[in-house]
Design a binder for this molecule. Structure first.
Ligand code: FMN
Length: 364
């Protein structure tokens, strides 16, 4: 049923401007009667951040920025959905066009710049579905013109903790000038201290909301040392590795589009994102779990993330090229890997390749 949906829809979506195609997909998910995905293989169930995920495959932030369709995505088989990035006040983001497909590379470049309907609208939707079950996290960011960006994160933490399964602190979007400066050790330490403090302040009302940190793949290993050190010292519950890259890998063939400004995602991001995941895993030393994101477009690339150190994975760009059937394909590949290794749980696969990956030549 889901593959029929894909077969009918994808040729049409491919003819549209990328942002129009995305808007149409959201409308379809909102209004079309959707098939329910098959029950999950019980062995794919994953516990992380004190949450029970029915399967480890998440929709990455940026697809459902305004929390319009989290339940549709859960119904279609995602184990969790990260909505956002949401900013406190509504903002339009950058001028269009601002999403570009690299067709021959199966990549995407975007410079949306946190277009968001703002916290009020998103909060209303999440509050309305709060009793529906399923894991729905929220990814938070600062308004472009915020006088005090840290205050934006604190305010969003306070507002969303009661209705979100977890909160992701996004300091890694490349499209809000200066945002990535919050990744530097002193600024990150201050930010996380204040966000975690806000979490503790409202814990009695909101419960123990996990706080995750989403980082860019474009940091040096010395910077990564610092960031992991701060994340561990401030006791975040996990990290997401990672966001889109400003790099343009040598493998790109769609060279004209590659010159567009913005963050690159999809297949060409996989080697760098997976290397950074492994580098993060060896530094975290099992203190908290990681979500591996970037370039997953098949069962094999999904499995590669677990080997590099992910306990959970998220994807976005490949859905534009492969359709929603990809989720079931990845689940089947994960189950087959468990059969092959005679394992009952994916946790035994996590990080088994991390040390070897960190010894490889740096991906270019
Ligand atoms: C069009 C688009 C919009 C995105 N918006 C966000 C966002 O608002 N917040 C965020 O943390 N990441 C955002 N991302 C990054 C994704 O969450 C993900 O980290 C990245 O695309 C790598 O995964 P992928 O290769 O599977 O797409 C966006 C990505 C794309 C392609």
């Amino acid at each position: 049923m889901i593959s029929l949906f894909d077969a009918l829809l994808r040729p049409l979506l491919q003819t549209l401007d990328a942002e129009d195609a995305h808007a149409l997909t959201i409308r379809m998910l909102k209004y079309a009667p959707l098939p329910r995905a098959r029950d999950d293989d019980k062995r794919l169930a994953t516990r992380a951040f004190a949450l029970n995920f029915p399967n480890p495959i998440g929709m990455a932030a940026g697809f459902d920025k305004n929390a319009e369709v989290p339940d549709a995505l859960l119904r279609l088989g995602f184990g969790f959905v990260e909505v956002g990035t949401v900013t406190p006040k509504p903002q339009h983001g950058n001028p269009r066009p601002r999403i570009f497909r690299l067709r021959t590379d199966a990549g995407v470049i975007n410079r949306l710049g946190f277009n968001s309907q703002g916290a009020d609208a998103v909060l209303r939707r999440l509050a309305a579905r709060a009793d529906a079950g399923g894991i729905v996290g929220i990814n938070v960011g600062a308004n472009r013109d915020a006088p005090d960006r840290v205050a934006d994160y604190v305010a969003l933490m306070e507002r969303f903790a009661p209705v979100a399964s977890y909160v992701t602190v996004n300091v890694s979007s490349p499209n809000t000038p200066g945002l990535r400066d919050l990744q530097h050790a002193a600024a990150l330490d201050d930010l996380l201290a204040r966000v975690i403090d806000a979490r503790e302040r409202i814990a009695r009302r909101a419960g123990p909301t996990p706080v995750l940190l989403k980082i860019a793949p474009d940091v040096s290993l010395a910077e990564l040392d610092d960031m992991v050190g701060v994340a561990r010292a401030r006791r975040v519950d996990g990290m997401i590795v990672g966001n889109t890259t400003l790099a343009r890998p040598a493998s790109l063939t769609d060279t004209a589009i590659a010159e567009e400004a913005g963050g690159l995602s999809g297949r060409p991001l996989y080697p760098l994102a997976t290397r950074m995941l492994a580098e993060t895993y060896v530094r975290v030393e099992g203190v908290f779990p990681l979500i591996g994101t970037g370039g997953i477009d098949s069962g094999a690339t999904a499995l590669g993330k677990f080997g590099a150190g992910a306990s959970l994975i998220q994807l976005y760009s490949a859905l534009a090229f492969r359709g929603l059937g990809l989720v079931a394909e990845i689940k089947a590949a994960l189950s087959a890997a468990l059969d092959r290794h005679r394992l009952d749980s994916l946790s035994d696969l996590v990080g088994t390749d991390a040390a070897a990956i960190t010894a490889e030549p740096w991906p270019v």
